[in-house]
Design a protein around this ligand. Structure first.
Ligand code: PGA
Length: 254
């Protein structure tokens, strides 16, 4: 019922030329198609147009995503990117609420919620991230922590098409550390996320929303996560920076 999704978050890596090259290599590596797996690549903002051109020229089987957006339509917001600017370069997804943005740039659940509303008004699919820091995991309160984030991040959202809202569960202690959560750890929280979405939006909608796992996901471990009932894919950082490892993850999901 839910198509799996593999999304690559390039973070602050790849210059324009390098980004175009990676997109070309990925289009080549995935030239046989991706079956029922939805694939998304999220380059840095200045690379979006270049990657979009590669997607068009090579009929690449992946969609374009941004890593951030501002919730105003235009105006005096130096350094920010408006949703219609993302639309204009062909971005159809956008990551919001990544833990690095929450930590380093003080993004709050209220911000994440405003960004989700803005994106959905522009028909851009939010990939809305949540996840607990190490001290919360060690205290054993991680499920309650993430459920609270989900409630705040989705407040007042209207989801008419569940394929157009994506959640990514990324335990912060597992991001870029090489320390992965186990598949059972991921299922515990992803299951609680789906139950919370069902309380808010109804079971049918919750059953259609993709929930991704993120945090040191790689070709060797992705299949184990995908076996779990409520894990529908992966949000991939480090392993998305090379066409061979990222395409191997897509193939593992097919
Ligand atoms: P990682 O990053 O795969 O490098 O751990 C995941 C993410 O932060 O989205």
């Amino acid at each position: 019922m839910r198509n799996r999704m593999i999304a690559g978050n390039w973070k602050m890596n790849k210059t324009y030329t390098e980004g175009v090259q990676l997109a070309q290599d990925l289009a080549e590596a995935l030239s046989d198609g991706t079956g029922n797996v939805d694939v998304v690549v999220c380059p840095p903002t200045v690379d979006l147009k270049g990657v979009s051109t590669v997607i068009d020229q090579q009929s690449a089987p992946f969609a374009l995503g941004a890593q951030n957006v501002y919730w105003e339509e235009s105006g005096a917001y130096t350094g920010e990117t408006a949703p219609n600017m993302l639309e204009a370069v062909g971005a159809t997804y956008c990551i919001i609420g990544h833990s690095e943005r929450r930590d380093y740039f003080h993004e709050t659940d209220e911000d994440v919620n405003k960004k989700a509303k803005t994106l959905m008004a522009h028909n851009i699919v939010p990939i809305s991230c949540c996840g607990e820091p190490l001290e919360i995991r060690e205290a054993g309160t991680h499920v309650a922590y993430v459920v609270d984030q989900i409630k705040k991040d989705t407040e007042g959202l209207e989801i008419s098409d569940p394929a157009k809202y994506v959640v990514a569960y990324e335990p912060i202690w597992a991001i870029g550390t090489g320390k992965t959560a186990t598949a059972d750890d991921a299922q515990e929280v992803c299951g609680a996320i789906r139950a919370t979405l069902a309380e808010i939006f109804g079971q049918e909608t919750a059953d259609g929303i993709r929930i991704l796992y993120g945090g040191s996901a790689k070709p060797e471990n992705v299949a184990g996560f995908l076996e779990k009932e409520d894990v529908d894919g992966a949000l991939v950082g480090g392993a998305s920076l090379k066409a061979d490892s990222f395409s191997a993850m897509v193939k593992a999901a097919m």
